[in-house]
Design a protein around this ligand. Structure first.
Ligand code: VG1
Ligand code: CO
Length: 542
């Protein structure tokens, strides 16, 4: 029996950088999740009897919302739902399934790297038929619908048991419960020389992977310990938990500190990696060296041809605007196309679909390629392993030789979290007001050469996105970028991105904080950060 339930709209269901993200209690308000899911079903393009992929990162409240989504899909004319066993699907695995199963879209339940549990964060993200995050035109349509919604449709039947693989029906709709890893592993087989990596591991190369009690646990165990034969225990924190074991599933120097400290030991593993809540981010560490995500993007772009799936070379590279320009230097030297997009993976979709780029990346630990339409944590780890197996060098040797060839781009991101929203808006407004008069101003040894508020015109569909972050470029190419996060759930988060280029190899061994010291001080002067936020230092440096 299908029921139509009367509801009243919420006014805060505007998706941010990556879907709708709120605290769990906020999502638990009566009809809150139902309204948003109905708004998706009403707003998106889908044929009759369409296929819908549903999965999530296993965080608290996933189970309830997956049941709702299945019952609502059955009441809204979908023909088939493909769902991961126990509701588990990493974001890249969901993207892959949407593509291979010719689905009209997918719903991914995740708040990514944000903490989980009853007081933690929850999120709902919609991906379109190409497997990628809904572009702004679609998220706007969903938001508009959410503001006028008066009813939602739901089946009164219970959703099937998601622990059992196979097909069942609810109303007329088929529910297909699948192994979340199998299709994904099959895709990785086509891209990488897994046998060669396996041989490299068998020959004594050692690694550690921290799944942070999040979604990549089952993937990592099946791929690294299963397919590649790494010893049991290679994957740590490999069981997905609803609250991520009380941790913060964000693979950076702060939350993956234990993994990093193991890799900094002289007798530590050769290679370490971690992924985030929903499996789309990656951290790459070598013995004695943490690879910055911007460098990782550049190194992957320069070496991708060593993996069989990319042996023909890559078409081009795209990076989000705040990501360092290290990848641009690879593109320039190798004669590759280079694109600079706003923050968020949704801006890469058109470039990938049009074949303009093969490799994409963001400074926030996101790297990926045209194999899916999301960033992909396990993919990045396998790409590094493939490169390491072929080159037979250490991570440190690969990083240092990259710097010698292309120069080193010192980089840091400083986050000021949960600051007062009005203070944050005031800071950005003041910067924007001063942009026109900034060029030519001198701060210590730094002279501003250009200053603007980044806007982007999509080269494929011509859509324009404005106010994507304030960029201040100094003569010599150093850069500071200011932007507000679009994924937080409390107050505002100010992100300050800093980079300095160094071509001289004799100056490549400095600590980033030393190389960036003058720029950091200048960013505070220009952005009036401490004065306006009351903070003497950032909460997180990555
Ligand atoms: C952050 C990152 C951005 C990333 C987004 C989603 O957004 O900066 O690069 O695409 O998270 O990543 P923001 O607006 O907070 O800066 V994930 O792993 O949450 O899907
Ligand atoms: Co994520």
């Amino acid at each position: 029996m299908i029921e139509t339930v009367a509801t009243t709209p919420f006014d805060d269901q505007k998706p941010g950088t990556s879907g709708l993200r709120k605290k769990v209690p906020h999502f638990q308000q009566p009809n809150y999740a139902q309204n948003f899911i109905q708004s998706i079903f009403d707003a998106v393009e889908r044929p009759e009897e369409a296929v819908l992929v549903i999965g999530g990162d296993g965080r608290f409240f996933n189970r309830e919302v997956i049941q709702l989504a299945i019952r609502m899909a059955a009441a809204n004319g979908y023909g088939r739902v493909v769902v991961g066993q126990n509701g588990i699907l990493s974001t890249p695995a969901a993207s892959n399934l949407i593509r291979t199963r010719k689905a009209s879209g997918g719903i991914v339940l995740s708040a990514s790297h944000n903490p989980g549990g009853p007081k933690g964060d929850f999120g709902i993200k919609y991906n379109i038929a190409n497997g990628g995050p809904a572009p702004e035109g679609v998220t706007e349509a969903i938001y508009r619908r959410s503001k006028e919604l008066s009813a939602y449709r739901i089946s009164q039947a219970a959703a099937p048991d998601l622990s059992v693989l196979g097909e069942s029906r609810i109303e007329g709709m088929v529910v297909e419960v699948i192994d979340p890893v199998a299709d994904y592993l099959a895709l990785m087989e086509t891209l990488f020389d897994l046998d060669r990596i396996k041989a490299h591991l068998a020959a004594g190369f050692t690694m550690r992977f921290d799944a942070m009690h999040a979604v990549t646990g089952p993937y990592a165990k099946a791929i690294f310990e299963g397919r590649l034969g790494a010893p049991a225990g290679t994957v740590i924190n490999g069981t997905p938990l609803e609250d991520f074991g009380g941790g913060h599933p964000d693979p950076n120097a702060v939350y993956a500190a234990e993994l990093i400290s193991e890799l900094m030991q002289a007798d530590g593993p050769d290679f370490g990696a971690a992924s985030d809540g929903d499996g789309d981010r990656n951290l790459i560490v070598g013995r004695g060296v943490v690879v910055s995500p911007s460098d990782s993007l550049a190194i992957i772009a320069a070496n991708a041809h060593l993996a069989p799936g990319y042996a023909g070379g890559i078409a081009g590279i795209a990076r989000s605007m705040p990501t360092s320009q290290a990848a641009d230097r690879v593109a320039a030297k190798r004669g590759l196309a280079m694109f600079e997009t706003p923050t968020g993976w949704k801006f890469f979709g058109n470039l990938l679909d049009a074949g303009k780029v093969t490799i994409c990346g963001e400074e926030s630990s996101g790297t990926g390629s045209d194999h899916v339409r999301e960033k992909d944590g396990v993919w990045a780890v396998l790409m590094w392993l493939n490169i390491l197996a072929v080159r037979g060098e250490s991570v440190r040797e690969i990083v240092e030789s990259h710097w010698r060839e292309f120069g080193r781009t010192y980089y840091q991101r400083h986050d000021y979290e949960e600051i007062d929203k009005r203070a944050a808006d005031g800071l950005m407004a003041s910067l924007r007001d001063r942009l026109a008069s900034m060029a030519g101003q001198r701060f210590g040894t730094l002279v501003v050469s250009e200053a603007d508020d980044f806007s982007y015109k999509d080269p494929v569909d011509g859509s324009i996105s404005t106010s994507q972050g304030v960029r201040i470029v100094f003569s010599g190419g150093s850069r500071v970028v200011f932007r507000l996060s679009g994924t937080g759930t409390k107050g505002a988060t100010l992100r300050v991105y800093l980079e300095v280029f160094e071509s001289n190899p004799e100056r490549h061994a400095r600590a980033p904080e030393e190389a960036l010291a003058e720029l950091i001080a200048t960013a505070d002067v220009i952005g009036e950060i401490s004065r306006r936020t009351g903070r003497a230092a950032p909460d997180v440096i990555t």
